[in-house]
Design a protein around this ligand. Structure first.
Ligand SMILES: *Cc1c(COP(=O)(O)O)cnc(C)c1O
Length: 401
């Protein structure tokens, strides 16, 4: 979990004279990913909420993967619609096209394909399943963790989507501190969603701008070194970063975070635009580090997740049998692994009716870890992480698969 901005960018973003920054940033993202328009929101989840409200849906069925960020089903519930969960494969954290097809049907209003961790879905299979089972369903790609992921043919995986969610919070590929962007195929729908936003969200104050800057500086300090234990310390011993924890993600039930009704500051819009310029470099870095992991881990006989095209590696996922002990043993060696999604959504409070329906997702929720792969991580740190994994496995073989 490293935000991919540096302190210089934060200072440049905070510089006065950024009126119109939001519109410039929206236009830059729409152009980069080849959609008609983009609309910037305080969080990714508020963008989904605004879309569902603008569509005017009530009690409609929204098809969402079980193993995904919980804010997505929460938002569907809070909008007054119903979540239909799709389980993932037994040996892969994405649903197969067949599993998706089984959940689709004439009743589905929207489907949310989610290339989690930046790993590609079976794009062709998904398109066919949607075409056959739910033609006309609204396709919202949740690209929060993949951004411009390409299929083997070179097309963007989300190219046919009606809308695309990009998340810009801490730990995403690009970061505007907090924020979410929705890309739209149909410019008139984008206009309606923007009008909804402008009616619903209030402008940030000067105080908000100062607070965001301070938050940015804290985030930058905490995530400077992706292997550093400092982040763990901050999360557990101080309240500085407490917004990262349960509160923000609402693991105790559907809710939206405080401040979700305020538009992001111009600083955030500007930071996102500066970040977008570095997008190719950030992806290149993620791929460089992750391919070192893949080579070394493969040599050591760890089971990796195969991919149909090169992932963008928002996170580097690895499945282990005993997650908490493995993470603790890594921490003893000064390495902070992540457990970004340590649950399956149907097993969380608020979804009692779906509990136990997605056993594969439940297993990934218990067993997945994310190895540190922040941009600019030096090769020797990657080697150090792999060596630590090998040592831990030698001492405790049953912690691993
Ligand atoms: C981060 C994320 C979101 C949206 O997050 P916000 O905190 O609301 O900006 C949505 N889906 C996935 C898969 C994510 O990782």
């Amino acid at each position: 979990m490293k935000p991919a901005f540096d302190l210089t960018e934060l200072f440049r973003a905070a510089w006065p004279g950024n009126a119109g920054e939001e519109a410039r940033m929206e236009a830059a993202f729409a152009e980069k990913f080849r959609f008609s328009a983009a609309v910037f929101f305080p969080y990714g989840r508020t963008a989904i909420h605004a879309l569902l409200r603008t569509m005017g849906w009530r009690n409609r069925e929204i098809v969402v993967p079980a193993y995904t960020c919980v804010v997505v089903p929460h938002t569907v519930m809070l909008s007054g619609n119903r979540v239909s969960f799709v389980d993932c494969q037994a040996d892969y954290f994405h649903p197969s096209a067949g599993q998706l097809a089984d959940r689709l049907g004439p009743g589905a209003a929207m489907v949310v394909p989610t290339p989690l961790y930046g790993y590609p879905l079976d794009g062709e299979g998904y398109r066919q399943a949607i075409q056959e089972r739910s033609p006309g369903v609204f396709v919202l790609y949740d690209a929060a963790q993949c951004f411009g992921l390409q299929e083997a043919s070179g097309r963007f995986q989300f190219e046919d989507a009606d809308a695309v969610l990009l998340a810009l919070g801490v730990g995403k590929l690009l970061c505007s501190l907090t924020g979410g962007l929705m890309l739209f195929k149909d410019a008139s729908l984008a206009k309606q969603v923007r009008a909804y936003r402008d009616r619903t969200f209030i402008p940030p104050t000067w105080g908000d701008a100062v607070a965001k800057w301070a938050y940015g500086a804290a985030v930058w300090a905490a995530f400077r070194n992706p292997v550093l234990v400092l982040t763990h310390f901050l999360e557990h011993k101080t309240s500085l970063l407490h917004t990262f924890t349960e509160d923000l993600y609402g693991k105790t039930g559907p809710s939206l975070p405080a401040g979700n009704n305020k538009q992001p500051t111009a600083l955030q819009a500007r930071l996102a635009r500066l970040q977008l310029r570095r997008y190719p470099e950030i992806i290149k870095e993620k791929r460089r580090i992750s391919s070192v992991y893949e080579n070394l881990l493969q040599q050591e006989g760890f089971k990796l997740f195969p991919h149909r095209s090169t992932p963008t590696y928002a996170q580097f996922p690895l499945q282990v049998k005993a997650r908490d002990p493995v993470m603790a043993a890594l921490l003893d060696r000064g390495i902070q692994a992540g457990n970004l999604i340590d649950y399956s959504c149907p097993d969380l409070p608020g979804y009692e009716g779906s509990q136990g329906t997605c056993p594969n997702a439940s297993q990934f929720g218990r067993e997945m870890i994310n190895l540190p792969n922040g941009p600019y991580m030096p090769p020797r740190d990657v080697e150090r992480v792999v060596r630590a994994m090998v040592d831990i496995r030698q001492a405790q073989p049953d912690w691993f698969r």
